[in-house]
Design a protein. Structure first.
Length: 295
């Protein structure tokens, strides 16, 4: 049996991926196998992996850009087939931020036998409003670990094989945006605990200077295409979990956002409104997968 396996999702970033692979294997408890799930549309990543000559690394080429959602579903399945007890879910540009992240997270297993998903950073989720809720720093300072509703993307999420064997996967058709949230809410609904290490969480906040932080009600977005996927996918998630109140509140809130965006100028306001209503149109039409470019 393999104590810890893992996968890293990548897309056209072989040099960044190479550095991340090295940092993953520098962990005090490194994975015994590491799958590279390649969404790339060229062979540069394939050639880079072959040049490493590392028997711990396995490679799976998707053949198209399946997005993080599609790639993660494949990665979870491949690691489980290899016999991994726990599975690291990684992104090519988000390596572990400490050398002992995996070791500290896996130690939680011994004190919480019901945990199904572990992570360094997590959040609560308001199922009525459909919004991520920040965990107060003072709460983290009082605990060694706490249960959460979702693990943050790129924050050392480690998944138990039992979750995968329960047929819990992110919805491949989401393509991009809230695929971790979708997965975590499904796991929670099936009775698995999601737990974060408070020490790692606090260290992450110190590094990013976010020990004291108040999320603004609305701020100008640098990439509105990502906002399209956020709204569309949150609505699909609300349906999959039958969260009807959440769906109604999301629609009302985002319609207000469509008009509020004009405070940043006509060009920004028009693009913001167009993408919000496109997300609503695609939701009601059942359109999933990759529909617009992320850039």
């Amino acid at each position: 049996m393999i104590s810890l396996g893992g996968f890293i999702i990548t897309y056209n970033r072989p040099e960044i991926l190479k550095d991340t692979i090295a940092k993953v294997f520098e962990q005090t408890h490194p994975p015994e196998i590491l799958w590279i799930i390649d969404n790339s549309e060229n062979l540069r990543t394939d050639h880079m992996i072959a040049s490493l000559l590392d028997s711990r690394i396995k490679y799976h080429r998707m053949g198209y850009n399946a997005g993080p959602a599609g790639a993660a579903a494949v990665g979870l399945e491949l690691c489980t087939e290899d016999g991994a007890d726990w599975i690291y879910w990684g992104d090519d540009n988000d390596p572990p931020f400490r050398l002992d992240c995996f070791q500290r997270l896996l130690a939680i297993r011994d004190v919480n036998p019901y945990c199904g998903v572990l992570g360094a950073v997590g959040h609560f989720f308001d199922r009525k409003k459909g919004v991520i809720k920040r965990i107060q720093t003072r709460l983290l300072e009082k605990k060694e670990w706490i249960p959460v509703d979702t693990i943050a993307g790129g924050m050392c999420m480690i998944v138990s094989k039992d979750v995968v064997k329960a047929k819990i996967f992110p919805d491949k058709d989401l393509f991009f945006g809230f695929e971790e949230l979708d997965f975590c809410l499904k796991a929670s609904r099936k009775g698995f605990a999601l737990v974060v290490d408070c020490g790692l969480f606090l260290e992450s906040r110190k590094e990013s200077g976010r020990l004291i932080f108040a999320r603004p009600a609305y701020q100008k977005k640098s990439n509105l295409n990502r906002e399209y996927y956020s709204l569309r996918n949150l609505l699909f998630i609300s349906d999959s979990l039958t969260l009807n109140t959440m769906k109604r509140k999301l629609i009302g809130k985002w319609i207000l956002k469509a008009f509020y965006g004009y405070r940043y100028g006509l060009g920004y306001g028009w693009k913001n409104m167009r993408l919000i209503f496109l997300a609503l149109l695609h939701y009601y039409g059942g359109v999933k997968g990759k529909t617009i470019d992320l850039a």
